[in-house]
Design a protein around this ligand. Structure first.
Ligand code: AMP
Ligand code: MG
Length: 338
């Protein structure tokens, strides 16, 4: 999800949080929410700490924004993108970069944070919508590829000064994990943290049940978050992330251009997958793998998740007759509510 104009396009992957009315355990459950990284956040937690923790949450959100937001010209990623010289990298960014290298390798380049110039060229960055020519795409592909950047002695080295990073496919998941660690350090036993539709659910909700998460119907006219729900899944101590192309896209000459870019071709991913939901032990992984699967397309993504038993997956795709098709891994079935 983007640290970005997501607010304008609305979150691609909004997941609906079901609040169950009625019985509330003691101490009470509180809700906090606000804006961050061009999108919204919502947190529900059991107030075992007995004080307002929103200022501390916001402080942590700002720290992440300072590192990873392409929309903040002073952020570290903006500095990296402008820089010709190596840039010193703090531990938090190094940690995420190492994760990006890992998932780039595992996904055979489907997940690639060096897609920045392509994302911008296709009009999904801070600049306006436009359509690049085949020639422009060819020339941009020369500066795309994670092997073109290196980490050495806690410094990031770009092999070409024009290389630009875009953490939007993983940063919101990382933010969720960063906040979850904070909530764990406070000993809060039950909480749900959601940033731009990516989330982590700890323990139970106020009714003592697993947290219920709605996965949206990926239809192009599903413009209001939570308006159309395809499935409800119940989770505890799990992260859930959805990537989709049903909200952040534009149509030009009858062709739909969505915001997930295939780094191998330079074009927006064109395949039958409409949305990918990944359930994992942490939200950084769930977020990045969901984007990677969207790029791979249905068949490859099915093989990919089957080889990763630590992931549970739910794919919605379009069938030749225009109906929705669904693929659900065995380990996801137990999470689905009737
Ligand atoms: P998500 O909503 O998590 O799937 O992230 C999509 C966002 O990640 C896009 O809006 C781009 O900013 C960026 N992005 C697009 N394609 C890729 C890709 N193949 N690998 C990594 N990031 C991407
Ligand atoms: Mg993602």
């Amino acid at each position: 999800m983007a640290l970005s104009h997501k607010k304008l396009f609305a979150a691609v992957t909004f997941v609906i949080l079901y609040s169950i009315a009625g019985y509330s355990a003691d101490p009470e459950f509180l809700k906090i929410s606000g804006y961050t990284q061009g999108t919204t956040y919502h947190i529900t937690y059991q107030n075992t700490v007995g004080r307002d923790i929103q200022p501390e949450v916001e402080q942590r959100l700002q720290l992440i924004d300072q590192l990873f937001s392409n929309y903040n010209p002073n952020s570290l990623v903006s500095q990296i993108n402008k820089s010709k010289a190596p840039v010193p990298i703090p531990p938090l960014m190094e940690q995420l970069l190492l994760k990006c290298f890992q998932i780039y390798k595992e996904s055979e380049g489907a997940f690639d944070i060096t897609v920045g110039p392509l994302v911008e060229a296709w009009g999904f960055g801070p600049s306006k919508q436009k359509q690049p020519t085949a020639k422009e795409i060819d020339s941009l592909l020369k500066i795309v590829g994670l092997t073109k950047i290196k980490l050495k002695n806690h410094r990031l080295i770009k092999s070409d000064p024009r290389i630009r990073l875009d953490f939007n496919a993983i940063a919101q998941g990382f933010t969720v994990d960063f906040l979850a660690q904070y909530f764990d350090s406070l000993g809060i036993p039950n909480y749900l943290i959601e940033v731009g539709g990516e989330l982590y659910a700890r323990g139970t909700n106020a009714s003592g049940q697993q947290w219920r998460i709605g996965v949206e119907t990926p239809s192009d006219n599903n413009l209001l978050q939570g308006e159309q729900i395809q499935k409800v899944i119940a989770v505890s101590n799990k992260a859930v992330s959805t990537s989709g192309n049903y909200r952040r896209f534009y149509i030009s000459n009858g062709i739909k251009y969505a915001h997930t870019i295939n780094p191998h071709t330079g074009y927006p991913a064109q395949n039958t997958l409409l949305s990918v939901t990944i359930v994992a032990s942490n939200c950084t992984d769930a977020d990045a793998y969901a984007t990677a699967c969207m790029v791979m397309g249905l068949e490859k993504a099915i093989q990919f998740v089957k080889n990763k038993p630590q992931l549970a997956a739910y794919f919605i795709f379009s069938k030749p007759n225009g109906e929705y098709g669904e693929f659900v891994t065995e380990n996801l079935k137990k999470h689905i509510l009737p």
